[in-house]
Design a protein around this ligand. Sequence first.
Ligand code: NAI
Ligand code: BGC
Length: 271
Amino acid sequence: MERAGAGSSARPLVSDARPLDGRRALVTGAATGIGRATAVRLASEGASVSVNYIGDRAPADAVVAEIEERGSTAVAVEADVAVEADVQRLLRESAAALGGAVDLLVNNAGVESSYPLEEMPLDEWERVLSVNLTGPFLCTREMVRGLGDSPAAVVMVSSVHETIPWPSFSHYCASKGGLKLFAQTIARELAPRGVRVALVAPGAILTPINRALMKDPAKLREQEEQIPLGRLGTPEEIAGAIAWLAGPGAEYVVGSTLFVDGGMTLYPRFV
Ligand code: NAI
Ligand code: BGC
């Protein structure tokens, strides 16, 4: 690491400290996709990480193993983010395993499905709203309850669909649009006590949520045409943005959405 000249009393030009050293992070839905890449990235920047998952434990254990192999601390905790008692246990178990209250929360877990309005079943509407909107509410509330006076950061994984209407995904768009205004509102509430809230809005990313798209060359090409960069993004590209928003470089960022979308929100097909 480059430093000031030997024998100099000047401060080091570059510190060995990593941006997230000492932070205790919880990433929801962290066994796959963007959540997985984010857990690994936060750990590589110094955080210890709680890897939340639902269902099959093996992928979450693999994320924990990957983090531990790189010399950081991680724990896998199963919880349904839409269930209050699960979330309360998730925050308790994360704090116990990481050695103190969670002070970096990434609300990433999310689901989607496709139904035109007149075919949308109520239970599917409620499932998407519960996971994508009630989940971040419960997780953030429980994190803040456990914090005391400590500073913290919350990053919501929103979507370009917090602003772009998407036919046949009205529940998903409602959840992400709702997430945006929820985040902005609590950003105002929490900033005075040192808790920063911000959002990352990915465009189309190569993850399991886009499984069907990735298997359909015609649809994939159509999607790529909606993106000025001409390609889908990677989970790692989103993880980098999340880590920055959660870290010291973004100390003055409050309530903003950072779009990471290859230019999708520039509406390339317009005129
Ligand atoms: P993914 O399907 O790999 O990740 C979603 C994760 O959430 C999965 O690990 C899943 O098990 C977990 N999950 C689902 N329900 C849960 C629940 N009730 N409790 C706890 N965990 C639960 O897909 P991806 O793409 O990584 O999605 C992550 C987030 O990124 C989602 O919020 C999604 O809406 C958002 N997003 C994804 C984009 C993409 O193109 N892949 C674009 C914009 C936003
Ligand atoms: C959805 C993806 C979609 C992307 C761009 C995301 O919110 O989860 O399925 O490809 O938006 O439309």
